[in-house]
Design a protein around this ligand. Sequence first.
Ligand SMILES: [Zn+2]
Ligand SMILES: [Zn+2]
Length: 293
Amino acid sequence: MTTRAISACLLFAGLTAGTWSDTPRRNPPLTIGGYRVLAADFHVHSHPLSWSGLGPISTVLEARQQGLDVVALTGHGNVWVGQIGRWFGRTLRAGPIVIPGEEIVPPHGHIIALGIERAISWRLPAAEIVDEIHRQGGVAIAAHPFSSSWPAFAGEAMRKLDGSELVQPVVYMYPAVYRQFREFHARLGRTVIGSSDWHGVGPIGLCRTYVFATGHSAPAVLDALRAGRTVVYDHDGRAYGDPALIQLAARDPRPFTPDPAAPIWISRICGLVGLFGLLIAPYRRSTILERAQ
Ligand SMILES: [Zn+2]
Ligand SMILES: [Zn+2]
């Protein structure tokens, strides 16, 4: 068997395993302590204008595929992409609640605005951005609060923010960044958020927030965020958030975060090796020429 044939078989096996394992993650309704517990990703980017590979409709479908109950589409400097996602989410059966939002991106101190309807300028000082978010009935979250962004949040903004991101994919790789996010959260002392800052790579909801809401609706989710009723788990399974809710969740035997299926990794390895093999294997042009003669 030639290298090309083996590579083609590996690529085919990878595609087959990937297709077979690409089943939606089941997310049966979860009620704990009288609250509806909703898995949410509050920081997701969607094409266009936000450096992401998928448009809003595909993004909402992918959020459903990953078992999210809530997804916030937070365009860089725009809300309309999230509004399209919300419209589409409402047409879906068993689709996630879609919350339109914006990531407001000044040079330092990015802010996630959840539940707003009009875009807010990044040129405003952070405290005024938060005021405008609240005027529109939204919730203001400090996004990935690296220490370089702390001066932007100093003073008024620190008193007005509703919460901050503590777990993001970046903390999986950089312990020093994780320390910065935890220190910021400890100083802010408000709602804890886990989100994926998704740009089209990897699964949406890799980092997620468990919201303890009084109902299954966007207003109930935003109310829970204002009241701090969230729990977030880091990559070591450590829980952050309301201590009473953490205890309630710990007593419940149902798993919150099912792991991705193993065949996903098998399919990726087979697919990549197969593709690489096809690219580097010599193409036996001479044989074809011989046959043609
Ligand atoms: Zn950002
Ligand atoms: Zn972002």
